[in-house]
Ligand binder design. Structure first.
Ligand code: 5GP
Ligand code: MN
Length: 344
């Protein structure tokens, strides 16, 4: 198997052996801080290299991530499907950031699959699809951490300016819950030190990530924890479910629930936390766990999903109550078969 370093060399070759004048950069559906940070950072790098870039999304970036320099310039399929189709068809290279398969690109997927341009995955999820270039490392904290290695190996540390640094740090910080999980490698901290040297404005990033809430968002989180959190009798599983009506009552916007699923894990005996939310045409599930409890196995087997050992997700086209019931019914099987935990 190729090393990450060799895969980065593949990208270098891909970008020098052919004419690359314009690139398309795509995050996963429902982009988070890591996906958005990586897109904005890579866009800035392309800009500095004189390569035309577009960030295309199948949906929208949440508002709290719009402070990242290039996020406001993204084009959403929801607003401009025809532009997205054309830009993907005409591009020289497609970057797939923070996801391992075109199946995580929502409505953009068919265009991406039809395109003749080679695809480049830069990601930290397990089992990436085969593409022209696959730079995948599941040991890193985040795609942003890996992207730093990619861009500095190819273009040198001088390519990292303050805007690149701010975007990468936003991804590293959010994907590790503020450096609390997936962040035990010394390299991650050396990298953050280098970002500071490159001009990272940590206070600016923190302020925008964590101190710009709307009051209605805080009320929604409070409501979810006070009125909607259920903990199973044996106290190992926490479930929060929120219907479309409830979300609307608190004027829900994308990103408002960011972080909520982690909160029940602060309770001593809770080992898995699940957030189930009713969206436009599907029900979305988010799973988090402590220790060696592989929630990605749970989402893969029963909820059309995937993810990491401690953070996974999925989606279902069933009524909300039925999805919650399925979580409850499959819990004993999951705990027994995948975590070795049997409780009466
Ligand atoms: P979140 O709960 O933050 O939406 O997702 C946590 C992780 O689970 C993500 O980093 C992603 O890897 C994975 N994930 C979330 N939703 C899905 C999904 O629908 N399909 C797959 N394959 N993975 C998902
Ligand atoms: Mn990520």
């Amino acid at each position: 198997m190729k090393t990450v370093k060799e895969c980065i060399e593949d990208l270098r070759r891909c970008m020098t052996e052919r004419v690359v004048k314009r690139v398309v950069i795509i995050p996963h559906i429902s982009p988070d801080g890591d996906a958005a940070g990586a897109c904005s950072a890579l866009a800035e790098v392309m800009e500095r290299l004189g390569v035309k870039w577009r960030i295309l999304t199948c949906d929208y970036m949440p508002e709290y991530l719009r402070f990242l320099k290039h996020v406001p310039r993204l084009i959403s399929y929801q607003d401009k499907p025809e532009d997205c189709r054309r830009l993907i068809a005409e591009t020289d290279l497609i970057f797939m950031l923070d996801h391992n398969t075109t199946a995580r690109e929502g409505d953009l997927e068919p265009f991406v699959r039809e395109a003749t341009a080679p695809r480049v995955i830069i990601d930290h999820h397990l089992e990436p699809d085969e593409e022209e270039v696959v730079i995948s490392d599941t040991t890193v904290s985040s795609t942003c951490e890996l992207l730093y290695t990619v861009i500095t190996q190819i273009w040198g540390k001088g390519i990292v300016n303050a805007d690149v640094a701010n975007s990468l740090y936003a991804g590293i910080n959010t994907d590790t819950g503020g450096l609390s999980h997936n962040s035990s490698r010394p390299e991650t901290y050396r990298l953050v030190a280098e970002l500071l040297e490159a001009g990272l404005d940590k206070a600016f990033v923190h302020e925008h990530l964590y101190q710009m809430n709307r009051l209605s968002r805080l009320r929604l989180l409070g409501y979810a924890l006070l009125a909607k959190l259920k903990v199973t009798e044996n106290y190992s599983l926490a479930i929060i479910s929120l219907s479309k009506n409830e979300l609307e009552r608190f004027r829900f916007r994308d990103g408002d629930l960011e972080g909520l699923v982690n909160v029940p894990l602060t309770v001593r005996d809770v080992i898995v936390s699940v957030l189930v939310t009713e969206r436009k045409d599907k029900v979305k599930l988010s799973f988090r766990s402590k220790g060696e409890v592989p929630v990605s196995e749970w989402t893969k087997r029963w909820f059309n999903g995937g993810g990491h050992l401690n953070a996974a997700g999925g989606q279902m086209e069933l009524p909300l109550e039925e999805v919650v019931k399925l979580v409850e019914e499959t819990a004993p099987v999951f705990f027994k078969e995948y975590a070795g935990i049997v409780k009466e």
